[in-house]
Design a protein around this ligand. Structure first.
Ligand code: CA
Length: 228
């Protein structure tokens, strides 16, 4: 059952969100309104998704998402941003900061549920076996360290394989450079961000046109988004 952390202070909005969850019996949720406490709550509650309002008492949702994305324990959790009607700047900034989607207030219950389901679907690694990841035509078998694209074998350096495997296991998620380095350094050969950028460059080249699936998120890291 997906767990959802709601970071919001307005009772009316919280009520609307919880009401929409009753349409969908499968959600459980918890609410926190204090932006200072929100990241800690995300660590302890371990939600599958976070709904984050931009306007919070004594703080700002943008600050909260920065903290969430900078912490290895929370940066993989997808975030849906709530914004006001006319704040296009907020929306763009929210997405740049790593939000997976945004919703403009007021929103409909069915729209919210549909957005949550779409984000959760994207967030779920499309794994076949335990060690195999398939995205569109890309198949990565970690135990045999074999990668193919549309049936054609790709040759990666060990570190490149690790980086691509990790990105492909988290489709649609922005992964920071430090998080990628931390989680792909089993070979321990190099840990600099510059070498990571070089690996990404090589991976893109080897993937050919599919190299475009890997997006550079300025100041944050990388995100692999397969075409719909
Ligand atoms: Ca608010």
């Amino acid at each position: 059952m997906p767990r959802i952390l709601i970071i919001e202070d307005e009772a009316k909005i919280i009520e609307a969100i919880q009401k929409s969850f009753s349409l969908e019996q499968g959600f459980t949720s918890k609410t926190v309104s204090d932006p200072e406490r929100a990241p800690q709550e995300a660590i302890s509650y371990k939600p599958d998704l976070i709904i984050l309002d931009i306007r919070l008492p004594g703080g700002d949702g943008r600050q909260v998402i920065k903290v969430l994305k900078a912490n290895a324990a929370t940066q993989h959790i997808p975030v849906i941003f709530l914004t006001g009607m006319s704040s296009e700047g907020d929306r763009v900034l929210g997405l740049n900061l790593g939000a997976d989607d945004y919703l403009t207030k007021p929103f409909g219950a069915m729209e919210l549920v549909a957005r949550i389901q779409a984000v959760l679907r994207r967030a779920r690694p499309q794994s076949m076996g335990k060690d195999e990841v398939r995205i569109q035509g890309l198949v990565m078998d970690q135990s045999n360290r074999v990668a193919t694209l549309h049936g054609k074998r790709l040759k990666f350096q060990p570190r490149e394989f690790e980086v691509l495997y990790f990105l492909a296991s988290h489709p649609g998620h922005t992964l920071s450079r430090s998080y990628l380095i931390e989680n792909t350094s089993s070979y321990g050969m190099d840990v600099s961000t510059r070498s990571l950028d070089t690996h990404i460059k090589n991976i893109r080249k080897k993937l050919g046109p599919a190299g475009r699936w890997i997006e550079t998120i300025p100041k944050l890291g990388y995100c692999l988004t397969p075409p719909e």
